[in-house]
Write a protein that binds this ligand. Sequence first.
Ligand code: KIV
Length: 294
Amino acid sequence: MSSQTASPGDSTDDEASAAEAADFAGPTDARRVTTQTLQALKEAGTPIAMLTAYDYTSARLLDRAGIDVLLVGDSASNVMAGHETTLPMTLDHMIYHAQCVRRGAERALVAADLPFGTFQGNSEEALASAIRMMKEAGVHAVKMEGGRAVAGSVERIVEAGVPVIGHLGLTPQSIYEFGTYQVRAEGEEEADQLRRDARALEEAGCFALVLEKIPAALAEAVTQDLAIPTVGIGAGAACDGQVLVSHDLLGLTTDFSPRFVRRYARLDETITEAAERYVQDVRARAFPSEEESY
Ligand code: KIV
C-alpha cells in the first residue's frame, strides 16, 4: 500500500505536486505543508520540525515560526488538563483542542491524536473516531499509538482517505503496561519487535512514524529501513524530524525534565514575574493609569 497520501486541496497532478513538494522552501514558505511535503523533506534530507499545540493562540505563533507539523497531542491531558497520564482524554476533548489549533494554523500540517479507548477496539470504531476528528476538527491527519495490533485499523482509515501517523516506542497510552517511563526497546527482542511494527505500519499506509524514547541507534536503523519519515522524541538525531511537547520547549513545565527536552525559553519565570508585578501594581493602585482609563 502506498505510503504517500494526498491531503485535501492538493493538486491531482502527481508530477506537479511532487515537483512542488521537492522545491519546498522551508519555514518562510507560506504554502500548506502536506504529507507529500514531509516525504519530499525526508528525500531531500531536510529535517522536519514538529511541535505539539493545543490552542489557537499558540498554534498561530508556532505556525508563524515555521513549524512544519502541529501535533494536537493527547499530552493535552497532562499539560492542559493536569492529569497524571494521557488516558483520561476523550475524543470530544481532543476534537475541541484540534478545532482551536486548526483555526490558528495557516501553513503547518495539523495532526491530532486519537485518544486512548477510541481506536483499540476494532477497525470500525477506529474509522468512526478518525472520521469524527477529520469532519469536526478539520485536521489533516490523525496519529495512533501502537504497532501491528493497530495496523488493520490504520489500513482501514487510510483506505477511507485519512492520512495516519504511527507512534512506537514509549507510547504513553500504554504506561500501565510498561509500568515505567524508562527508555523502551533496549533489549534485542523488543527492538526486533519495534522494527517489525514499524514495517507493518508503513505497509498499512502510515505516512510518518513518531519514535518515542528509544535508543538512537535503533531509531537510525528504523529511519533507514523505512521509506516514510520518522519523527523522534528522545530517539536521537538520525530521525527525519524531531518533535517536542511545546510546554517543555518553552519552559512552561519544569517539573518534568527528561534528558531529551531542550528548553528554549523559561516562560514559567516570565509569566510568574509578570503576574507578580501586576499584583503589586493593583495593590498599589498603580494600575490602571489615567491613560489606561476612560
Ligand atoms: O501526545 C503527544 O504530545 C505526543 C508527542 C509527545 C509525540 O504524542
